[in-house]
Ligand binder design. Structure first.
Ligand code: 1GP
Length: 240
C-alpha cells in the first residue's frame, strides 16, 4: 500500500527534499486542454497536482479530477475553496482552516459541512492552517471569505498565527499570498515561520520564476505551489 501523502511530505522534509506542486483551478481549466497540460506536468519535476479554486461550479472539480487521473500517476490533492468541491477521487484533501481570518464560516462551519462527505468517503484529510498574507492585490480568497489578509510587515503576527495552528494540531501550514500576487511571501516571513514551526510549510502566490521558487526553498519552504506562471509561460515546466 502507498504511504499517505502526509507521510510522504514529512519524509521529504526529514530528508531535505523540496517539493513542487502545480495548482489547477477547475474554473479556469478547459477540460479539452487537460491532456496537454498533464503531459507537460508528467514530463517535469512536479510532485503534486493541487486542484481547487475560490469560485467553482458544482460538479466541475470532480469532472476535472477524473480527467486528470486518466492521464497521470502524480498524486492529486484537493485544495478546496468550499465544501461543495469535495470529491472522492483525489489522493488527499487539504482540510483547510483559514486561521488568518476571523470568519467562523471558514474557521469551522465549512469543516462541519464537510462531515457528511467525509463520513461517506474514505479520503486522506490533512489538517492545514491556511494563512492569507497581503500580496498586493485583492484576492478571490479575501473576497469570498470576507476576511482580511495579514500584512507582510506583521511578521510576528504571522509567526504566532502559524504556531497557534501547529498547537491546534494542524499538520501543514500554508502561507498564501494569493493567486497572481504582485508580492510573493517575503523571505523574512518564510524564514521566521519555518524556523519556529516544526511542521512542513507550503508557500504559494506570485512565484513566477525558477529563481523565486529556489529562493522560497532556500528560506525554508518545504513545498511550493505555482499556478499563474503556467498560464503566462506555456514552456515554464520544461525549466523547473
Ligand atoms: C494559489 O499559491 C497558489 O494558492 C498559486 O499562486 O497562481 O500566483 O502561482 P499563483
Amino acid at each position: 500500500m502507498r504511504n499517505s501523502i502526509l507521510q510522504d511530505i514529512l519524509k521529504a522534509k526529514k530528508q531535505g527534499k523540496k517539493l513542487l506542486a502545480v495548482l489547477l483551478d477547475p474554473d479556469k481549466l478547459r477540460l479539452s486542454k487537460v491532456e496537454k497540460i498533464i503531459f507537460k506536468i508528467n514530463n517535469s519535476s512536479i510532485d503534486y497536482i493541487f486542484i481547487g479554486g475560490s469560485n467553482v461550479a458544482k460538479g466541475l472539480t470532480e469532472k476535472c479530477v477524473l480527467k486528470i487521473k486518466q492521464h497521470t500517476e502524480i498524486p492529486v490533492i484537493l485544495f478546496p475553496g468550499d465544501y461543495s468541491q469535495l470529491t472522492p477521487q483525489v489522493d488527499a484533501i487539504l482540510f483547510l482552516a483559514l486561521i488568518s481570518g476571523r470568519n467562523p464560516e471558514y474557521l469551522i462551519e465549512q469543516q462541519i459541512k464537510s462531515i457528511p462527505f467525509l463520513e461517506k468517503n474514505k479520503v486522506e484529510c490533512i489538517p492545514t492552517g491556511y494563512i492569507l498574507i497581503d500580496g498586493g492585490t485583492t484576492t478571490a480568497t479575501q473576497k469570498v471569505s470576507n476576511t482580511n489578509p495579514i500584512l507582510q510587515e506583521e511578521v510576528q503576527l504571522i509567526e504566532h498565527t502559524a504556531l497557534a495552528g501547529q498547537y491546534l494540531g494542524k499538520q501543514l501550514i500554508y502561507l498564501e499570498a494569493g493567486s497572481g500576487a504582485k508580492k510573493p511571501i517575503s523571505d523574512a516571513i518564510i524564514k521566521k515561520v519555518s524556523q519556529t514551526c516544526t511542521i512542513p510549510i507550503i508557500v504559494g502566490g506570485g512565484l513566477r520564476s525558477k529563481e523565486m521558487i529556489e529562493k522560497a526553498f532556500d528560506h525554508g519552504a518545504d513545498l511550493v505551489v505555482i499556478g499563474t506562471i503556467l498560464e503566462e509561460d506555456k514552456n515554464f515546466l520544461q525549466n523547473v
